[in-house]
Structure formats: C-alpha cells, structure tokens
Design a protein around this ligand. Structure first.
Ligand code: PRP
Length: 182
C-alpha cells in the first residue's frame, strides 16, 4: 500500500495542528456554551476528521450523520444530490448545524446540502471541510471553516479513499497515477 503513494501532502503533525486551529475557530464563533452545536458528519470520508475535531472542540456538541452523494453522469456531476441517510430530528429548528466534510471538489454536495438543511428548518447551517480543491468548482461555494486548500491531485488517507481503500491512513497522501489508471 505504501508503494501506491507518490508523496505525503499533509503529515500527521500538520493534521493535528490544523484540527487544533479549526476547533479554536469554532469555539470562538460559538461562544454561548449553554447552547449545543450539532456536528453533522457526511459519511463516509468525514468520520476520521469528525472524530479528531469533536475531541478538540470545547463548546458542548452533539453529533449526527448523513450519507449524501452527487448524482453522476459519467464523470460529470448533474448538480443533483442523492440522500441515502437523512437527518431526522424533531428539534431541527433549535439546531445550530455544522456540516463536517473531508473534502470539497465541485461544491455540488455542500451547496445543495446547505440549502436542503435550511429548508428543513435548521436554526443555522455552517460548513467545515478538512480539504478544499477550489480549482475544481462547478458551483460557487465557500466553506465557513477550511483546513487546507490543495491542488487538483488524487488524494487518499485521513478518511479519503480510492475504491474504499486507504481511508485508515493517518496522513493525506497523493496516489500514484498508475494505481487509478490501471
Ligand atoms: C466526497 C466528499 C464530499 C463530496 C465532495 O464524498 O466526502 O461528500 O465527495 O464532492 P463535491 O464537492 O464534488 O460534491 P464521496 O462521494 O467520495 O463519498 P465518501 O465520503 O463516502 O467516500
């Protein structure tokens, strides 16, 4: 598996510093500790980032999960999303939601999901991504919190996969092209 990786893009030490920085930004922006914040993990890639982040946030948090994918047509997104696991909460109108993502690419998923959760009645909706590939945008979208902007490379590790492999790697690496062009 190590031979599949061209180089490390974000090391374990850099990940730790980045998560610490984002947690401090979240604590700064949600100062009222009497009100809970709902961290919404978008499965599957975000589970590792979510687990690290929730341990470092000092504001009281609840957690929940959704599974969302963008409808594809070959390699092109149609700009629609498919929700296979929804957020069901009778108290959504009292929820300050913070959507946690591992990576933003076209922006389609978070753009639609943010609108969807606002329409569902969430009190507030913000977004947090560990990685962002701004050069890949198909829709205008800017996250509220971002770990790092990265170039358009095939990245794996820290929750990110290729064919469901590599998610458990503790760092973010760039996959060798021969691995995914075989
Ligand atoms: C990734 C990522 C986002 C989405 C971003 O999920 O976790 O949900 O793609 O892409 P977009 O900005 O182009 O919409 P993926 O579909 O790979 O699912 P996974 O997390 O289960 O691997």
């Amino acid at each position: 598996m190590k031979n599949d990786i061209a180089y490390t893009l974000v090391s374990e030490e850099e990940i730790d510093a980045t998560v610490t920085r984002i947690a401090a930004e979240i604590d700064r922006d949600y100062p009222d500790r009497s009100k809970g914040l709902l961290l919404l993990c978008i499965l599957k890639g975000s589970v590792v980032f979510m687990g690290d982040l929730m341990k470092k946030i000092k504001v009281p948090v609840e957690i929940d999960c959704m599974k969302v994918s963008s409808y594809g047509c070959g390699t092109e997104s149609t700009g629609q999303i498919h929700i296979s696991l929804d957020l069901i909460r009778p108290d959504i109108n009292k929820c300050d939601l913070l959507i946690i993502e591992d990576i933003i690419d076209s922006g389609v998923t978070l753009s639609h999901l943010t609108k969807y959760l606002k329409l569902k009645g969430a009190k507030s909706v913000k977004t947090c991504t560990f990685l962002d590939k701004p050069t890949r945008r198909k829709v205008d979208f800017t996250p509220d919190y971002c770990g790092a902007e990265i170039p358009d490379e095939f990245v794996i590790g820290y929750g990110l996969d290729y064919a469901e492999k590599y998610r458990a790697l503790p760092f973010v690496g760039v996959l060798k092209p021969e691995v995914y062009t075989k």
